[in-house]
Design a protein around this ligand. Structure first.
Ligand SMILES: Nc1nc2c(ncn2[C@@H]2O[C@H](COP(=O)(O)OP(=O)(O)O)[C@@H](O)[C@H]2O)c(=O)[nH]1
Ligand SMILES: [Mg+2]
Length: 261
């Protein structure tokens, strides 16, 4: 995992350069969009991610906001976002005083979102936000549009954890999605108001999709590009995160039968 140097600079530039993939030309309808970016100790990447997200949203709609959820970071993540806000007031930071977990951060971000559509992506710049341009038209025929990483560009151990997780979720709940945890999702905000998610950790994404399916929402899946993390430290495979995820998915299996929605 690189933490600076030429490789990082090139990768940052590469993913930023891909933004013009947003199609130009007349735009039929422009739903307003809130982007929600969870961030935990992402001072090296959050500025570039939030900036790129704002650039893309500005090309897709006149009415957007970027909500970064700083989940009790111990670095200068929040300062980085506040600095960005002085340049673009549509970017704002909602902060937890202490770390509460991925799902809790998303709950905070989704509740803070004010626009018609919510776009979720991670704050670590592993996605090409420009590909959101392919998602927005799909929302006309779906309630939730989710990405699947093709291919997923993470270290091999993280991939093994990912496959294991996919297996467990499918075993317990049947087919849920090709890539349950892909942090590239677009959905109507009203769905968040109707689907109650219990998990505050890494199970959040699976639970959200499982409940959305049970509520009968239409889900469309699209391929998305994925890039290796170029700075900062991933936490998705930490034992504490994994144990919490297992506890939450078993809780869900037990409680979903009693309270289907
Ligand atoms: N809010 C919040 N975000 C987190 C936490 N852990 C990781 N993240 C963020 O969630 C995203 C994905 O985390 P990452 O560690 O890269 O996991 P991975 O990509 O699944 O290996 C990144 O934007 C992180 O900053 C957490 O405890 N709270
Ligand atoms: Mg990541």
């Amino acid at each position: 995992m690189a933490n600076g140097g030429h490789g990082s600079q090139e990768a940052l530039a590469r993913t930023t350069e891909s933004i013009p993939r947003v199609p130009s030309g007349p735009r039929p309808r422009q739903p307003s969009i809130s982007a929600v970016l969870p961030a935990y100790n992402e001072e090296a990447l959050i500025r570039a991610t939030a900036d790129a997200t704002a650039d893309v949203l500005a090309r897709l709609t006149d009415d957007y906001e970027v909500v970064v959820v700083d989940d009790g970071s111990r670095d200068r993540t929040r300062d980085a976002v506040e600095a960005l806000r002085t340049e673009n007031p549509r970017i704002r930071c909602v902060a937890h005083p202490v770390n509460r977990g991925y799902g809790e951060a998303l709950k905070t971000g989704f509740c803070a979102a004010t626009k018609e559509l919510i776009f979720l992506t991670d704050g670590d710049k592993q996605f090409d936000v420009g590909e959101l341009a392919y998602f927005v038209p799909e929302i006309e025929r779906a309630d939730v549009v989710i990405g699947f990483r093709r291919p997923r560009r993470d270290p091999w151990l993280r991939l093994v954890y990912g496959w294991g997780w996919h297996f467990v979720v499918t075993l317990l709940f049947g087919h849920t999605a090709r890539d349950v945890d892909c942090a590239f999702k677009l959905f109507r905000r009203e769905i968040w108001e109707r689907v109650r998610v219990h998990s505050g950790g890494a199970t959040f994404s699976a639970e959200f999709l499982i409940r959305a399916r049970r509520c009968g929402y239409r889900i469309v899946e699209l391929p998305v590009s994925h890039y290796p993390r170029i700075a900062g430290r991933p936490t998705g495979a930490n034992p504490r995160v994994v144990l919490r995820a297992i506890r939450d998915i078993l809780w869900l299996r037990f409680h979903l039968d009693r309270c289907p929605k």
